[in-house]
Every structure is written in C-alpha cells, then in structure tokens.
Design a protein around this ligand. Structure first.
Ligand code: SF4
Length: 352
C-alpha cells in the first residue's frame, strides 16, 4: 500500500476500497465499514476523520490513534480566466513539490486535467514541463487530491477527468489506474469510465497493458508528427518507439477494446504544419479507428516555437475530413492564464 508517510501517519486519501477494508479489519472492525469511509473520503469530500459521524466514536478514535488522517493538497495559486471561466491551480505536495491542474467548464461539463507526475522525464521540446525535468511519480492520493481540491474550491461536481497535466501517466501506470478507479467508483467520484481519459506520449508497453484492463477508460496518444525524424525532434524520448510500432500498438488496442483512440496533434508553425506533414498524418490515420484532435500550440515564452497560422489549422482540418478521418479542432481555453502545461509551476520555481 503506497501511502504518504508523515511520521507513522497514513493518509487515507487515495486508499482503494480493498485497502480500507484491510485497515478496518486490522482495527477490529467489520470490513463493510470500509465502504462508509470510502464514501466519506470521495463522495462527501470529508476533510477529517472527525466528521465521519456514521462511524462509531470508538472507531474514529482508533483510526486517529493508529495514525490515519485525511490529507489535502495545499492550493498555492488559483487563476481564473476572465474569458471562459477556466481555472488553473498550483498545488503544493506534502514534500514541497508543486504540480498543476486545470478545470475546464463548458455548459454542463466540468473537466479536470490532472497531473500524474511532478515534472516529466519525456523531454518534449515544446513543453514547459518537459524542459524542467522529472522530479517524482505522484501517488494515487495526490491525483485524487487534485480533484478534491478543485471540487472543494469551486463546490462543483466533476463530469470528466483527463490525465493530461504534468507527467506521463503510463510511466506511473499503477497509481494512475488506482486513481482513475476512485474517479470511476460509484461510491467515489462516480464519473463514467468513458468520461475518464488517459493521455500518453505513446509508451507502447503501457498502451498494450491498458488494452487488457476491464474498464472503458479513454485513451489519447500524443502524435504531433507522423514523420519519424520530426517526431524524434519534438518528442525525443517518446520516439524510441517508431511510428510503425506505435501504430501497431494503437491498432491492436482498438481491435481488442473496440474503442477509438484520440490522436493529439499540436500544430507548431514551420515544424509540423507543412503539406508533407499533412500527407504523412493522413497516411498514418487511414484505415483504423482513430480521431485526430488538432491543437493550436500554446506558446511557452522561453521556447522557440510559435503556433501555426489559423489558415494552416483549417487546412489540416479540411483535408483530414476530406480523407474521411474523424477530427476536431481544440478550442483555446484560458488564454489569459499561464495556460501551457507547466508554466504556472515554472513561474513558481523561478520565484522561489
Ligand atoms: S508533453 Fe507531456 S509527455 Fe511531453 S514532456 Fe510535456 S508533460 Fe511530458
């Protein structure tokens, strides 16, 4: 059981139902008590054991005496977009590291974009997080804690969540899946599996492993170029799997699960938005169950890249459609915030 250790103290936030059953049994309680704690933690967003009033006082005292507590992430900064109500959060972890989350709201949808690692080892050259390097994996409690922090601060229920913040979720597979299962649990955040998405830069072993999972979680794969040499420049670590290997894993995933994969394609001026790039993208996508999400780049001040002209974005969209490939163009959100992944955190690091 991975726990945030605080001098013999154990954070209940992030515990699965089976872990809570073990805790209840170890304290001499019936295993069904675990479900009550689970509901308090995730459904009722309890901030302490004391408020779990349908547990006996004796049990609550045993939990506290045993060092169990309900941890919460500290919000260091919260930015609210004046344009579209996007909210961006900078959280502090118990060890002082910082991570980012974003809440995107549109009509009845409230989507949390959460981080799975502090920093990232993948080194994508257009990404602020990728440039600042890897710090450590987050545990499930720290992923779930981002959702709890956002829900408490907005008093809003989440309808969707995507592991698309900082970090590579498939490089932290077990804890990310554990967190997604808490998001999905009817007594947890009760978000349908199809509304929970994991976004990877294309770690093939992880894609193959995910295909074996029973849940219908969504999968997005960051492609960003369908030309090997260009992809290697933009995504040096991810490109250890060439495009043929990546495509084979994606096709096997869709054949096995029947689920469509979203291919994320960030359009960067002069880098991956030329006619040869478009032809390669169409070629890569033909004949299997995928959907291309075109994303105008969120430029990072310290990096050399610019977003593609709107006319290039439109051209990519039109040509994909004409080729019979499902596509969408991501709407810009929170344009007045430190919007690109990792920028808020970087600013904090530079300030301190
Ligand atoms: S784009 Fe994603 S995978 Fe690449 S460095 Fe940034 S956080 Fe990591």
């Amino acid at each position: 059981m991975q726990q945030q250790l605080r001098q013999q103290s154990f954070n209940l936030t992030g515990c699965s139902l089976s872990e809570l059953q073990i805790i209840a049994e170890q304290l001499g309680e019936k295993p069904y008590r675990a479900r009550q704690i689970f509901r308090w933690l995730y459904q009722k967003k309890a901030s302490s054991i004391d408020v779990m009033t349908d547990l006996s006082l004796a049990f609550r005292q045993k939990l506290s005496a045993g060092g169990y507590y309900v941890g919460a992430l500290k919000i260091l900064q919260e930015q609210l977009s004046a344009i579209d109500a996007t909210r961006k959060y900078l959280f502090e972890l118990a060890d002082g590291n910082t991570i980012e989350s974003v809440l995107l709201t549109e009509d009845a949808r409230a989507t949390l974009c959460f981080s799975t690692q502090a920093g990232c080892a993948m080194g994508c050259t257009f990404c602020a997080t990728g440039q600042s390097g890897f710090v450590r994996n987050l545990n499930a409690g720290e992923m779930v804690g981002q959702a709890l922090g956002v829900m408490r601060s907005t008093d809003q229920r989440l309808t969707n969540a995507v592991a698309m913040g900082q970090g590579e979720p498939l490089a932290n597979y077990d804890e990310t899946l554990k967190a997604l299962r808490i998001f999905n649990a009817p007594d947890g955040f009760a978000i349908g599996a199809r509304h929970l998405t994991l976004s990877t830069c294309g770690l093939v072993e992880g894609i193959r492993r995910l295909a074996e999972e029973p849940e219908q979680f969504g999968l997005a794969v960051s492609l960003h170029s369908a030309i090997d040499v260009k992809r290697a420049q933009l995504m040096p670590k991810a490109a250890k799997y060439n495009l043929a290997v990546l495509q084979a894993a994606c096709k096997d995933y869709t054949n096995k699960t029947g689920r469509r994969i979203t291919l994320e394609y960030t359009l960067i001026a002069g880098e991956n938005d030329q006619e040869a790039d478009l032809r390669a993208l169409i070629q890569f996508c033909r004949g299997w169950l995928c959907h291309v999400n075109l994303i105008p780049l969120n430029p990072v001040a310290a990096l050399k890249y610019d977003r593609s002209l709107p006319s290039r974005v439109m051209r990519f969209g039109q040509e994909l459609e004409q080729a019979g490939i499902a596509m969408s163009i991501r709407k810009e959100k929170g344009a007045d915030l430190d919007a690109a992944c990792g920028q808020l955190r970087q600013r904090q690091v530079h300030r301190s």
